[in-house]
Design a protein around this ligand. Structure first.
Ligand SMILES: Nc1ncnc2c1ncn2[C@@H]1O[C@H](COP(=O)(O)OP(=O)(O)OP(=O)(O)O)[C@@H](O)[C@H]1O
Ligand SMILES: [Mg+2]
Length: 295
């Protein structure tokens, strides 16, 4: 599903369409298919009118009828995107959506503009995206859909929570702007993903900065848990930025120390291999962790 089509739906469809789409969302969250009759009673619109709206929502690709129209509809990710974008547009958070800048397993990241003309990033979570496509073919239970939509919202909520905590500290993270449903709006970082950087002027310093960020995050109550060169950006001045925080845990989580150890090891390993920084991940990670926790 192309996001341009979703953006067009957000511009072109009426409040009535979105009222019906929101009603479908609340059924889908419970794992239920919903028919035009049920939607008519929950929205107060005539069944005939609802049926027309459903045909249009379906034409825009925002809903599915997995077992055929009489059995009912379920929301898909395009529909969830449309709901989030409509909310963001009406609250004056976003004016327009730009290019896709990142595709991950669990998320798509787009550039966007605020009404003030500031460029920001929007990250749409898409948990279980592959299974959702398969679901379309196999026509299995809508309860899976409800699980995936819920998990995507939970990830977005967890990520903005981490960004809000950390943006008040010295940890270099994108400034959080707003979250709705499964979508997080944040500052755009002008830089490159560390995993794709072949040369640095001062790799030791960059590594130190990154480890300092890991330590400061820990002291602020956040362990990243998925730290790798793919979740770090480096700007022109070789400053680091840590992104992609949905899986963070608090330091009192039973496995927090293990996650911290793994994050630190990933950093040391990467800098040793890519930039030949003189560290021994086995020996040095314990020492580094001890010093990070002490400061
Ligand atoms: N704030 C940002 N500024 C600039 N680019 C960003 C920003 N956030 C994300 N990106 C780009 O989008 C890509 C994917 O972002 P991110 O790592 O947050 O999610 P993901 O890896 O797709 O998610 P998952 O780990 O769930 O698969 C990044 O590699 C980066 O290129
Ligand atoms: Mg990532």
């Amino acid at each position: 599903m192309r996001i341009e089509r979703v953006a067009a739906a957000v511009r072109e469809l009426s409040d009535r369409h979105f009222n019906v789409l929101r009603a479908i969302e609340s059924f889908s969250e419970k794992g239920l298919l919903v028919t035009s009759r049920e939607l008519s009673s929950s929205t107060g619109l005539s069944e005939e009118y609802v049926a027309r709206i459903l045909t249009e929502l379906h034409r825009y690709g925002l809903i599915w009828a997995p077992r055929g129209r009489p059995s009912g509809y379920v929301l898909n990710y395009a529909g969830l995107d449309a709901l989030a974008l409509r909310t963001m547009a009406s609250r004056g958070i976003l004016k327009s959506l730009g290019n896709r800048v990142g595709v991950g397993k669990e998320a798509d990241v787009y550039s966007a503009l605020t009404p003030e003309g500031m460029e920001v990033m929007v990250k749409f979570y898409r948990v279980g995206r592959q299974s959702m496509t398969k679901y379309r073919r196999t026509r299995s239970l809508p309860s899976d859909v409800s699980f995936y939509l819920g998990a995507s919202k939970a990830f977005a909520s967890s990520e903005i929570d981490a960004l809000r905590r950390l943006s008040l500290t010295e940890v270099p993270v994108p400034q959080p702007v707003y979250r709705n449903r499964h979508a997080v709006v944040m500052q755009r970082i002008e830089g490159r993903i560390l995993a794709k950087v072949r040369s640095l002027r001062r790799p030791e310093i960059v590594m130190e900065e990154l480890l300092k960020a890991v330590g400061a995050a820990f002291r602020s109550g956040v362990v990243h848990c998925d730290l790798s060169a793919y979740n770090v950006m480096v700007d022109q001045e070789e400053r680091v930025w840590v992104i992609d925080w949905p899986q963070w845990v608090r330091p009192d989580h039973p496995n927090a120390k293990d996650y911290l150890r793994r994050d630190v090891r990933n950093v040391l390993d990467f800098f040793r291999r890519r930039f030949h920084v003189d560290v021994d991940p086995d020996e040095d990670s314990e020492r580094v962790i001890a010093s990070l926790l002490q400061v």
